[in-house]
Structures are given as structure tokens and as C-alpha cells.
Design a protein around this ligand. Structure first.
Ligand SMILES: [Ca+2]
Length: 431
């Protein structure tokens, strides 16, 4: 039995041989001692260690040591190889894993892209479908419209033909109507002329008849109402005739009863007259002048206070001057009655309003002072029937004398509830 070891060696046995890989494997997992035992066993088993080049046989210990060194070196190399293999395996696994993930990610991206493309295509397809639908609708509408238009054109042509005929008929009818209208206008103008002629005749008759209207209330007897009065040289006018207080034939020239009419008025109003003949009014200075110029008139003043008492004053020659005399109270005549002669001081006084001061008070305006209009002298104002209407009997310091005053009955401190001036011709034969 011999053992020869040098560099890379081969362990040979007559009936069995061990490759160096097998031996190295065994050495990795055994101690040096064990390895030694194995080598010895191999030697004793009849194996031969042969060096291919030399047949030198070093001492056993040295050979063992060298063998041990060689084994140790191989072991280290093997360990490194194994570590490298393990590392390569891990790297390979990681590479494989990374590769899969990358590919999966790529596939995901591709999938997303495909999905997005699919969505885009679907949207575009839907849009195309909508456009096609719109086109179809428009086309259908155009077809229908065209058909309708054609129908209307046909109908229009037919109608137009009919309308031409109708227009011709209408024009003929209009010509007839125009002729009728002209005829009616001519007849209307003729009738208008006849009417105007009739009115002129009527006016003439009225003027003739006016001459028969009475110039006083005497002809109306004991009736009470509003009648037309006609005086020479002036238009007829209406006036109340009142037989309730002093017999028949009295023509009312002034009335106060409820304060419904403002009596604080200007000259023109008093000249023309104002108010309501059925209520409060003043007949007018010009009428008074004309009336009293025609005949001798008597004046009756009816008075009522807030206690219900009634008084009167009667004058037998009431006369008013012309506008040139400022409608002077030219005459009153004799007084009679139970109210007192409060009007006596007004005789020969001119009429005054707040805007036409004709009174005898050089320093003031009596009409303004007593809130009225009358034949004032120097503002004695014992009679103030055109004053302010108060709805209570007593007057205070500020309103004293400014109410409806008949001083000889209630003084300046009390106003009256009702007053009415009436005139009547003295001569019963005056109509
Ligand atoms: Ca004066």
C-alpha cells in the first residue's frame, strides 16, 4: 500500500475509487482527524496514492500537513463558491421577480392604455351615432317641410286664385259701399243743415217765449221751486221762488243754511252770483240791480238761530244801483219786523269784497275784517249775512262779528243758523 500526493491528486482503489469531489465533500463535513482516518482506511484497503510525475515518498506527517492545508484551502474555495452560488441564486430570483413585476406593470400600463383607447373609441362612436341621429332627424324634418311647403304652395295657388276672385268681388262691394257712404254723408249734411235751421227757429221761438217769462216770482203763486226769470235786456236766468215764510211771490236772492258754500269770494263772483240755488247761494249784484230797476221791490229777511227761534226784517223799498255805483244799496225803504233794523246803516253804501274795497273805512277793508262781502259803511257790520258759517251759536273774541250776524237780535257774539233774503215787487201787477 502506498500513498502519493502532489497538487491535484487522484485517490485510487483497486475495486473502488473515490473522486476528489466526493472526498472534498466528505472533508467539508468532517474534522481533520476524521479525514485522516478516512485516508488511512483507504490506504489499508489496498488503494495506492500515485504521483503522475514523481515517486518521492515524503514523511507521513509532512504529507498529512500538506494534505490538510490543501483540504483547508479547498474548503474555503468551496465555501466561497457555495456563497457565490447562493448569491447568484438570490440575484436570479430577484431578477426573475423584478422582471415579472416589470412585465406585469407594463401589461397594466398597456391594459390601461387599451381601456382608455376603448373608452375614447366608444365616446367617439357615440358622438358619431348622435350626429347620425341628428342628420336623420334633420333630413326627415326637411322632407316633411318640403312636403308641407309643396302642399301649401298648391293650396296657396288655389287660394290665390280664389282670393283674386273674392278681391274683385270685395272691390266691387267697396265701390258700392263708398257710394252708399257718400250718399249718407250728403244726406247727413242736408239733415244737419235742416237741424241747424230748426235750432235757429227754436232759438227764435225761445227768445220770443222768453219775453213771456215773468220778471218776478209773482206769477208762480204760492208754489215753491226754481223758475226762469227774464228781464229786459239780459239773458233769462233761474231763481228760487219761495212761499214758505212770508206768503207767495218771493224771489230768493241769498241763502245760508249749512256752510256748504264758501262766501268769502271776490268781486266777480259776487257780481255774477254763485252757489247752488237749492242750497246756499248769492244771486248776483247785476241781477239785483236789473230786478230792482224794473219796479219797486220789497225785501224780506228770514232769520233763524240755533235755538230754533225765527225772526224777520222787512223793508219796503229795496233797490240796488248799477255797476258804476259799485252796486250801491240805494234804498231800503221803511223797516218792519221783529229782528231789528240792523241793515239800516247799510243804506247808500257801496258793495265791498276783499278785493274791491268800497267801504267807508279809509284805513281798512271791512270785507276782510268780517270775513264777508257787504254794503259796509265804516265797519259797523250790524248785518253780516255773508260772513263765515259757524255750526255753533256762540262766537269767541277772535270770531266775534265774523259770523252770520244780525246785531239787533243776537249782537256780535252769536251767529245765526239760517238766513234767507227775498224780494218781491210791491206792485202785484208787475209780472
Ligand atoms: Ca276801506
Amino acid at each position: 500500500m502506498s500513498i502519493r500526493i502532489r497538487g491535484n491528486f487522484i485517490l485510487r482503489k483497486r475495486n473502488a475509487s473515490f473522486s476528489i469531489a466526493c472526498i472534498s465533500k466528505m472533508c467539508r463535513y468532517s474534522t481533520l482527524f476524521e479525514y485522516t482516518i478516512i485516508v488511512l482506511l483507504a490506504a489499508f484497503a489496498g488503494g495506492t496514492l500515485m504521483d503522475d510525475h514523481q515517486q518521492v515518498a515524503p514523511p507521513v506527517d509532512r504529507q498529512i500537513n500538506a494534505l490538510e492545508d490543501l483540504i483547508s484551502q479547498n474548503n474555503e474555495k468551496l465555501l466561497k463558491l457555495e456563497d457565490r452560488i447562493e448569491a447568484d441564486k438570490s440575484e436570479l430570483i430577484e431578477i426573475q421577480a423584478d422582471s415579472c413585476e416589470v412585465r406585469i406593470a407594463k401589461k397594466d400600463v398597456e391594459l390601461d392604455a387599451c381601456q382608455a383607447q376603448a373608452k375614447s373609441d366608444a365616446a367617439r362612436l357615440k358622438d358619431n351615432e348622435r350626429q347620425i341621429s341628428d342628420l336623420v332627424y334633420n333630413l326627415t324634418y326637411c322632407q316633411i317641410t318640403s312636403v308641407d311647403w309643396l302642399d301649401q304652395s298648391k293650396t296657396g295657388k288655389i287660394k290665390a286664385a280664389g282670393e283674386v276672385e273674392q278681391t274683385t268681388e270685395v272691390n266691387l262691394g267697396l265701390t258700392d259701399k263708398d257710394r252708399e257712404i257718400l250718399d249718407l254723408q250728403r244726406r247727413y249734411e242736408e239733415q244737419l243743415k235742416e237741424l241747424q235751421a230748426a235750432r235757429s227757429k227754436l232759438k227764435a221761438y225761445e227768445n220770443q217765449f222768453d219775453e213771456f217769462h215773468p220778471s218776478s216770482c209773482l206769477p208762480f203763486g204760492s208754489t215753491t221751486g226754481i223758475y226762469k226769470i227774464k228781464l229786459p235786456g239780459m239773458e233769462s236766468f233761474y231763481a228760487p221762488c219761495d212761499s214758505r215764510f212770508a206768503g207767495s211771490g218771493w224771489l230768493v236772492i241769498q241763502r245760508r243754511m249749512d256752510g256748504s258754500v264758501n262766501f268769502f269770494r271776490n268781486w266777480t263772483d259776487y257780481q255774477r252770483g254763485f252757489g247752488a240755488l237749492t242750497g246756499e247761494f248769492f244771486l248776483g249784484l247785476e241781477k239785483l240791480h236789473r230786478l230792482t230797476s224794473e219796479s219797486t221791490y220789497e225785501l224780506y229777511v228770514h232769520l233763524e238761530d240755533f235755538e230754533g227761534d225765527v225772526r224777520y226784517a222787512h223793508y219796503d223799498n229795496f233797490s240796488i244801483g248799477s255797476e258804476q255805483t259799485s252796486y250801491e244799496l240805494s234804498s231800503l225803504g221803511n223797516y218792519a219786523g221783529n229782528a231789528g233794523n240792523s241793515m239800516g246803516l247799510n243804506v247808500l253804501q257801496k258793495f265791498s269784497t276783499f278785493d274791491n274795497d268800497n267801504d267807508a273805512w279809509p284805513d281798512g277793508n271791512c270785507a276782510r275784517r268780517y270775513h264777508s262781502a257787504w254794503w259796509y259803511d265804516a265797519c259797523a257790520a250790524f248785518c253780516n249775512p255773508n260772513g263765515k258759517y259757524f255750526k255753533k251759536r256762540k262766537l269767541d273774541w277772535n270770531t266775534r262779528g265774523k259770523g252770520i250776524i244780525w246785531h239787533h237780535w243776537h249782537g256780535f257774539e252769536e251767529t245765526l243758523k239760517f238766513v234767507q233774503f227775498m224780494i218781491r215787487p210791491i206792485s202785484r201787477s208787475h209780472y
